[in-house]
Write a protein that binds this ligand. Structure first.
Ligand SMILES: Cc1cc2nc3c(=O)[nH]c(=O)nc-3n(C[C@H](O)[C@H](O)[C@H](O)COP(=O)(O)OP(=O)(O)OC[C@H]3O[C@@H](n4cnc5c(N)ncnc54)[C@H](O)[C@@H]3O)c2cc1C
Length: 430
C-alpha cells in the first residue's frame, strides 16, 4: 500500500518524518474538528498548543491575539492556515473524482456496513463506488476499544478496524470517494441518480444506503455556541489525551457512553457519568458496568439530565437536575462528552418513494407497510430482506429500521445486501 495516499505515517517515510504537525490555541473549535477528523482517519499527527505570544511569534510572526490559528504543516512542507478537515483531506490527496460514469453499485456511508458491502461487492467483481461525507469508520471510528467484535480477543480501536477494512476494499478494487455525501436520490427504472453535496451526480444500477446515525443533541441552550469549546459529541477518542488532570462529564447510559467513560477516566482526574435512567445495567453491557464500577475516579449521576451549559468563551460548568428529587446540581467541568445515541441520516430520501418510519429509519423487506407497497412497489416479487420500497435500493446497518446497532450486525448486513444486489442485477441485466 505504499502508494496509498490515505496514510500519512511517520513509519513509512524511510527516515524523514512524514508526521503532520498541527498548532493551535487550547480551546479552539477548529483545532478540535481537525484533531477529531485525523484521529478517526488514523493519521499520525503532533499537536502543539500555542499558549504564549513568544511561541506564537516564533511560529507565525504574529501575536497570539492576531495570529490565524490553527496551522497545519503537511509532510511535504506546505502550510495550511485555518484549514477545514475537507481542505486537509484534499491537500493529502484523498478527495478524488469518480473514475466511471456509471457503476453497478453505489454505497453511501463508509461505516462498518458500507465498508463491508464495498469489500464483498468489489471482491465479487461488481463495479462499485463507496461515498463517505466525512471520515471512514462512521460511529465505529469513535470507539476507543471494540471488545465484542469476532476475532479480536484483545479488542481493537474502531478507527484501526475501519482503516483495515478501507485497505481491504481498495485492494479488491472498490473506489472510495471521500468528502462526498448523497443529498437526494432519484430513481429512473434501473438507474439511480444521486445528487451529491458538491452538486455532481452519481449514477448506478443499484445502491446501498449505509449512512448510519447522527449524534443526538442535548437540546439545551448554548449547545451550538459551545460545540468544540468544551462540548463534544461522541466518545472523545481524540480528546482523551488532553483530559489529563481534568474533571470531565460524559452524558449517556449506553455502550458508547460507557466506553467513553473508561477511555477518559484513564487520563482525567475524575469523570462524572450523567445518566437519565435509574440503573446502568438496563442500557449498558455487563462487562462495561463492572469495569465502570471498579474505577475509583468515576462518579455516577443517575436519574439526572443536563439542563444548562455555563461558561464565557468555553465551557466552565454544567447544571443538572435529578428527576427523582428535583434537586439541582452544578458540576465544574471544562469538557463534556455527549453520547446519547442518534437519529438516522436519511434526509436524502425525504422526497422519494422510499418508506421511512416515524423516526426516519429506512424500512426494508418484511417491515415494509402494506399500504406503502400497494402504492409504490412495482414488481411481482416481494422485496428482498434488506430492500427498501424502491427495487434495487437497499439499506444496511444502523440506518435500517429494527437494526441491531452493532459493528458485527452492520458488517453482516453489508455483506448480505450485496448478495441481494446480485439477485436484483441478474433480474435486470443478464
Ligand atoms: C463510541 C461508540 C462505541 C461503540 N462501540 C461498539 C462496540 O464496542 N461494539 C459494537 O458492536 N458496536 C459499537 N458501537 C456501535 C457501532 O459502532 C455501530 O453500530 C456501527 O458503527 C454502525 O455501522 P453503520 O455502518 O451502520 O453506520 P455508521 O457507523 O453510523 O456509519 C455511517 C457512515 O455514513 C456516513 N454518512 C452519513 N450520511 C451520509 C451521506 N448522506 N452520504 C455519504 N455518507 C454519509 C457517516 O459519515 C458515517 O461515516 C459503538 C458506537 C459508538 C458511537
Amino acid at each position: 500500500m505504499s502508494d496509498d495516499p490515505h496514510f500519512v505515517d511517520s513509519t513509512r517515510s524511510g527516515g524523514t518524518s512524514r508526521t503532520l504537525r498541527m498548532y493551535g490555541r487550547r480551546d479552539s473549535r477548529d483545532a478540535y474538528a481537525l484533531r477529531d477528523y485525523l484521529t478517526r482517519s488514523v493519521v499520525s499527527y503532533e499537536w502543539t498548543e500555542i499558549e504564549t505570544d513568544l511561541a506564537c511569534y516564533a511560529l507565525t510572526g504574529q501575536s497570539l491575539h492576531d495570529a490565524a490559528l490553527p496551522i497545519v504543516d503537511l509532510p511535504n512542507g506546505s502550510r495550511l492556515v485555518q484549514p477545514t478537515p475537507a481542505e486537509v483531506a484534499a491537500r493529502l490527496g484523498w478527495v478524488m473524482r469518480p473514475q466511471h460514469r456509471e457503476y453497478d453499485l453505489s454505497i453511501y456511508g463508509a461505516g462498518p456496513a458500507g465498508l463491508s458491502a464495498a469489500v464483498y461487492a468489489a471482491s465479487e467483481g461488481l463495479k462499485v463506488v463507496l461515498l463517505e461525507r466525512e471520515a471512514v469508520g462512521g460511529q465505529a471510528g469513535y470507539s476507543s476499544l471494540i471488545e465484542n467484535y469476532l476475532g479480536f480477543p484483545d479488542g481493537i480501536r474502531g478507527s484501526d478496524l475501519a482503516e483495515r477494512a478501507r485497505q481491504q476494499a481498495i485492494a479488491f478494487g472498490a473506489e472510495l470517494l471521500l468528502m462526498r455525501g448523497g443529498t437526494h436520490g432519484e430513481f429512473q427504472g434501473d438507474r439511480m441518480i444521486a445528487t451529491l453535496n458538491d452538486g455532481t451526480t452519481m449514477i448506478s444500477h443499484s445502491n446501498i444506503c449505509a449512512t448510519g446515525v447522527e449524534w443526538r443533541r442535548l437540546g439545551v441552550a448554548r449547545e451550538d455556541e459551545l460545540l468544540g469549546l468544551g462540548v463534544f459529541y461522541g466518545a472523545g477518542t481524540s480528546e482523551a489525551a488532553h483530559c489529563s488532570g481534568e474533571d470531565v462529564i460524559v452524558v449517556g447510559g449506553g455502550n458508547s457512553a460507557g466506553q467513553a467513560v473508561l477511555n477518559l477516566s484513564a487520563q482525567a482526574r475524575s469523570v462524572t457519568m450523567v445518566v437519565r435512567g435509574a440503573d446502568l445495567s438496563a442500557t449498558l453491557s455487563s462487562y462495561l458496568v463492572s469495569r465502570i464500577k471498579n474505577r475509583t475516579n468515576v462518579r455516577l449521576a443517575l436519574n439526572s439530565s443536563v439542563t444548562e451549559l455555563l461558561g464565557d468563551a468555553s465551557l466552565e460548568s454544567v447544571a443538572t437536575i435529578d428527576s427523582h428529587t428535583g434537586e439541582r446540581g452544578l458540576l465544574k467541568a471544562r469538557k463534556l462528552f455527549v453520547c446519547i445515541g442518534g437519529a438516522p441520516n436519511t434526509d436524502w430520501a425525504r422526497d422519494t418513494s422510499i418508506e421511512r418510519d416515524h423516526l426516519g429509519y429506512l424500512v426494508t423487506g418484511p417491515d415494509l407497510s402494506r399500504a406503502h407497497l400497494r402504492d409504490h412497489w412495482p414488481l411481482e416479487r416481494a422485496p428482498f430482506y434488506l430492500e427498501t420500497s424502491v427495487p434495487g435500493s437497499f439499506a444496511a446497518g444502523d440506518v435500517r429500521r429494527n437494526s441491531v446497532k452493532r459493528v458485527a450486525s452492520g458488517v453482516g448486513e453489508g455483506a448480505m445486501a450485496v448478495a441481494f444486489v446480485h439477485r436484483f442485477l441478474s433480474e435486470h441485466f443478464v
